[in-house]
Design a protein around this ligand. Sequence first.
Ligand code: GUN
Length: 296
Amino acid sequence: MSASILDGVMLAGKVRESVAADVKSWVERGYRAPKLQVILVGENPASSAYVGAKTRACEDVGIESDTLILPDTISEIELTEVIGDFNRDEATDGILVQLPIPAHITPLSVIEAIDYRKDVDGFHPMNVGRMSVGQPCFRPCTPAGIIEMLRHYSIPTKGKHAVVVGASNIVGSPAAILLSRENTTGKATTTICHKFTKDLTKHTISADILIVAVGQPGLVTGQMVKEGVVVIDVGITRVADHTTERGYRLTGDCDFDSVSEKASWITPVPGGVGPMTVAMLMKNTLLAAKKSIYPR
Ligand code: GUN
């Protein structure tokens, strides 16, 4: 089998078009444009690039955005105070702190400082908890983008074995929660693998849907998957490559050539999950502005 491509660029474009149309009609009804506040701590080049992609997407769909760049020496208390100001600001609908943040700051303390009604990343325990019990919430953007891809390409999840490699709060854990919920985009049997998993292949080989979100180029090879598997590669690592102008290329967690020989569907890197994450952030920011999830 040779895999078909799950085209994240095309699908993200559709999602963004639909958000842009909704923003336009929201503004035509007399409301102000939605506003996303991005907070970037320090100068991690990859984080700066992701934030750039997010703010360009905002501009593209008619969402206002502002990026506050803070020094990596900022204390946790100072950072939570900055967040508090945005929580109280009526003109700010969504707040996003780009991760990772410097090691002296506890990510969950910062995330909990964000008003859950403005938590467009869906990382606040209130949103994670509500997602776990199937209540309306902000869903984290990458898992929500993965679910949207499976839905768009009519890939069934009901009764399938979904194996998630990587147990992060950002991707792996919420992806497994969403896939196991009893709704139309869930009903899968889920396995979460992580760094303590003893025999990774034992699990990946039985996956009907394999989601890999580790950040380790080439971790999953063709020998580790079964014929017909649907592969979602969330990894996006910069690997030095002096034949390119930038001096690096982006590489997923799967060995694309060998895995795509066996898979029925596969996401490319780049151009798979990444654009979907950004598109779902646009959707969440619009929901926040409309107070659709938490009316008040
Ligand atoms: N770092 C990697 N992915 C994400 C994301 O979806 N949101 C934020 N805030 N930081 C990230």
